[in-house]
Structures are given as structure tokens and as C-alpha cells.
Design a protein around this ligand. Structure first.
Ligand SMILES: C[S@@+](CC[C@H](N)C(=O)[O-])C[C@H]1O[C@@H](n2cnc3c(N)ncnc32)[C@H](O)[C@@H]1O
Length: 211
């Protein structure tokens, strides 16, 4: 298996060309996220991909540092930010554990479609907690296994290893929703909201506050 940055670099152009698969659900997630942000916030997005979501949320905050492990994703996001004239968005090639993210703690950390790609979620949640001010928000949406597990998920779990062997899917960890939420709480957060955006398991939306 290639490393994550190489995988995402390799598919960045195709990812950028993809249409949002469920626009209604995407808008719901944007709306719910924007409701939690404040105009004075300094926000950080991890795993921002091609920057589409960062550019939509930037008007809700004072500044948004949008970061991604993949240099190709960041290159595309930079082009989009320049085109949009987004003056309060800073793009940075950096993984979650990168020291470049350290410094003054943030009011909000955002992560969309990322948590199921991280192999050590408890460590990632602790790292995100360390990047936030006390009272700051961690807002995420990612795939997680609902209970009971629908047939579609059983099929996905059979198909993904084949796709991975062909280099067409990244490493994915299928964690139960309960495990994701417990890892976030254990890292020093209290959960303010947990919602299913789209079919259960496809997009678990979580708002967690740093205690
Ligand atoms: C499924 S894409 C999601 C992109 C965007 N957030 C979205 O919702 O369209 C996952 C992104 O996370 C990035 N990524 C994967 N592991 C990462 C890590 N450890 N730190 C930062 N970014 C990471 C990948 O490069 C990729 O751009």
C-alpha cells in the first residue's frame, strides 16, 4: 500500500473534478457547521482536500487555515482560493501530526471525511484537543459503522480491500460510531451534537467542545 500522501496526490485531479454526490446533505453539513462558528474565530481545517468546504465556511470566521497532507490537493486548493479571492484562507501542506500546525491554539478545528482514514483515532483526537483552546470546538463529519450495520456497509467492507489492492482506495478504518465518539470524549471533549447526515454511517456529524 502506498503512503497516504502519495495516494491522495495521485487522485487529486480526479477528486477535484468530482461532483458532490449528495448536494442536499452537503449543504446540511455546511449549515450545521456554520451555525457553530463565530465571526471572530480562528479556525483550522485538517484534511481540507481541494478546499471546497474551506472556501464555503471562510465567510463564517475571521481566519481559516486549511491544511492537507497532500501537496497536490493543496496546489488545487490554492488555485481555487485565488480564483475566489478568499483573503482570510491560508493553505498549508501539513498532516495532522505536523509541527507546522502548532502555535496559538485555535477556536475551532474542522475535519470532513477524514476520521475514518486515520489509523490511530485516540491519538488523533488528543492531537486535535491540543490544537484547541479550552471551550474550542472540534467539528467533524466522517463515515462510521452504525448499529445495526446495514447491508450496504457489509458490501463496502468486502469491496474496499479489493479496491485497496488495486490502488483505487485509501486505507480505511471501519469503526463503530460509538467507538469514534468515545475516542473523542476520552481525549478531553464533551459532545454537543451527534447527527447522521445522509444514510446512517455515511456521514456522522459530531460537534465536540474542548473541556
Ligand atoms: C476523503 S478526502 C476529504 C477531503 C475534504 N475534507 C472533503 O470533504 O472533500 C481526505 C483528505 O484527507 C487528507 N489526509 C489524509 N490523511 C491525513 C492526515 N493524517 N493529515 C491531514 N490530511 C490527511 C487527504 O490527503 C485527503 O485530501
Amino acid at each position: 500500500m502506498r503512503d497516504a500522501a502519495t495516494f491522495w496526490d495521485g487522485i487529486a485531479e480526479r477528486y477535484a473534478a468530482r461532483k458532490v454526490s449528495d448536494p442536499e446533505t452537503y449543504e446540511l453539513t455546511l449549515r450545521r457547521t456554520a451555525e457553530r462558528l463565530r465571526p471572530g474565530d480562528r479556525a483550522l481545517e485538517i484534511g481540507c482536500g481541494t478546499g471546497t468546504t474551506a472556501l464555503r465556511l471562510a465567510p463564517s470566521v475571521a481566519s481559516l487555515t486549511a491544511t492537507d497532507l497532500s501537496g497536490e490537493m493543496i496546489r488545487i486548493a490554492e488555485g481555487r482560493a485565488a480564483e475566489a479571492g478568499a483573503g482570510n484562507v491560508r493553505l498549508l501542506r501539513a498532516g495532522l501530526s505536523d509541527a507546522a500546525l502548532d502555535g496559538e491554539p485555535y477556536d475551532a478545528v474542522l475535519a470532513f471525511n477524514l476520521l475514518h482514514l486515520l489509523d490511530d483515532l485516540p491519538a488523533a483526537a488528543r492531537r486535535i484537543r491540543a490544537l484547541l483552546k479550552p471551550g474550542g470546538l472540534f467539528i467533524s463529519k466522517s463515515a462510521a459503522l452504525p448499529s445495526p450495520q446495514p447491508l450496504s456497509f457489509r458490501l463496502i467492507r468486502l469491496i474496499v480491500p479489493v479496491m485497496q489492492a488495486l490502488g483505487k482506495a485509501p486505507a480505511v478504518v471501519f469503526r463503530p460510531v460509538t467507538e469514534v465518539e468515545a475516542a473523542i470524549e476520552a481525549a478531553g471533549f464533551s459532545l454537543l451534537a451527534t447527527e447522521d447526515h445522509g444514510a446512517p454511517g455515511r456521514g456522522r456529524f459530531i460537534v465536540a467542545q474542548a473541556v
